[in-house]
Write a protein of this length. Structure first.
Length: 233
């Protein structure tokens, strides 16, 4: 005889299914109240894990600190690999790309990562190569076969939203981006105007340099810096 799950677990499972189905009400929370959305998302994840353990007959168990640290290290390692994939893909889509620049929107909660807004792709001298009001180019099937293979399941990023969907969770998980070099002003952006407040970036090639080289010493593997010029002597 099967038993029904507790009511609170059933409610959370409904929330999980709504997230998977892109429920319109939850979409509204995601845009207007990201903290509420993150709370519901967390409940949904815990509910799915609880249901999995209940079906498996597994009791709730402790996670020791060493296991937790290893999980964090694995997450950071995977984030670095994804950052490298994004960098190599953008350079293939936009020859000469050196900086993926973001604007920090303070009206959103940094803990959800939704304060990160795509600004532009820039060359090593700070000149604009792409503004995201147009789709990113497709990759050449012969020259970029390996990249296309890696993206085969997730889908090649073609829009700013595609990249935001990849970058925001990493920021919400505590990964850090470089400050955009101050000497490369962000003049003439069609949406953000001239200099955006708190511009940050990811270095896409070794022709790019960070505003602060020592951030790598401060943040270690939490810093998303797949490329970059070496520290000057």
């Amino acid at each position: 005889m099967t038993t029904s799950p507790p009511s609170h677990l059933a409610d959370d499972i409904r929330a999980a299914l709504a997230l998977l189905d892109e429920n319109a009400d939850l979409d509204a929370h995601r845009d207007a109240a990201p903290a509420v959305y993150a709370l519901r998302q967390g409940r949904a994840v815990r509910a799915v894990r609880g249901l999995r353990d209940a079906l498996d007959g597994a009791p709730v168990h402790y996670a020791d600190p060493i296991t937790w640290r290893r999980t964090q290290e694995d997450q950071q390692h995977d984030a670095q690999g994804l950052a490298l994939l994004i960098a190599d893909t953008l350079r293939a889509q936009i020859p000469g790309a050196a900086y993926l620049v973001f604007h920090i929107d303070d009206s959103y909660d940094a803990e959800t990562g939704r304060d990160l807004e795509l600004h532009s792709v820039r060359a090593a001298d700070g000149s604009v190569l792409h503004h995201f009001h147009e789709p990113l180019p497709e990759l050449d099937a012969d020259r970029h076969r390996e990249l296309i293979h890696v993206w085969r399941d997730a889908g090649l990023p073609r829009t700013g939203n595609d990249l935001k969907d990849l970058m925001q969770p990493m920021r919400a998980a505590g990964l850090v981006l470089d400050d955009y070099p101050e000497q490369f002003h962000l003049y003439g952006h069609p949406f953000f105007g001239n200099d955006a407040e708190r511009p940050v970036c990811m270095l896409l090639s070794d022709s790019a340099h960070p505003e602060q080289w020592d951030l790598l010493n401060v943040f270690g593997p939490r810093l998303l810096r797949p490329y970059g010029t070496p520290l000057p002597a």
